[in-house]
Write a protein of this length. Structure first.
Length: 198
């Protein structure tokens, strides 16, 4: 029986030169989305979304709640920055090792092994890593400020201009950040992200 569903075809992963322009566009869209999922701070956002209702008291904040909410946003933004420099690899035994990119190469977090110099050179910090880290922070702050509990906590009675800014700014930051991530993809597989089979 002939398969009619291309997703079930084991050869479907091979490049097909007969793809239509629409199929190529859809394929590129999925590839771009895959790059975004590697770069957006999903673990930090989930932690933030879990904690923010408690810190903001469901949007009814005291001055202490406002300070704690600002600290939560700042700590999560710093987490986004830091996690942009983490990476993982498989050692000679096939064990997954996590580490931190440095200017000299790669530091294995658990200290259980060393990385050969030729491998470590591939993991060293590059300028694009700083761009990804800063953009991740901005995207996180945009997501954080879009949360209704945070808006009601930090801006209990916003002016019309503030409402417009709080509505438009997260969208603009998201579009610009996503465009940068798609244009300049990373090869890092940070902590909590799947690593390549190699």
């Amino acid at each position: 029986m002939e398969q009619t569903l291309p997703l079930l075809n084991p050869k479907a992963t091979e490049k097909n030169s007969t793809d239509t322009p629409i199929q190529k566009t859809i394929g590129q869209t999925f590839k771009s989305t895959a790059h975004l999922t590697k770069l957006l701070p999903t673990g930090t956002v989930l932690t933030y979304q879990y904690l923010v209702p408690v810190f903001t008291n469901q949007g009814r904040c005291s001055p202490l709640d406002q300070h704690m909410t600002c600290w939560l946003i700042a700590l999560c933004a710093l987490s986004c920055f830091f996690l942009s420099f983490t990476d993982s690899f498989r050692d000679q035994t096939g064990t997954v090792r996590y580490g931190l990119a440095t200017t000299n190469g790669f530091w294995v977090i658990d200290g259980s092994g060393t990385v050969p110099q030729d491998v470590a050179a591939r993991y060293r910090i590059r300028f694009i890593d700083f761009i990804h880290a800063v953009v991740s922070m901005f995207i996180f702050v945009a997501v954080a400020m879009f949360d209704q509990n945070v808006m009601h906590c930090l801006y209990p009675v916003p002016s019309e201009d503030t409402k417009k800014m709080l509505t438009a700014l997260p969208v603009v930051i998201g579009v610009v950040g996503s465009s940068l991530f798609v244009t300049f993809p990373t090869t890092r597989h940070g902590i909590g992200y799947p690593i390549s089979p190699h």
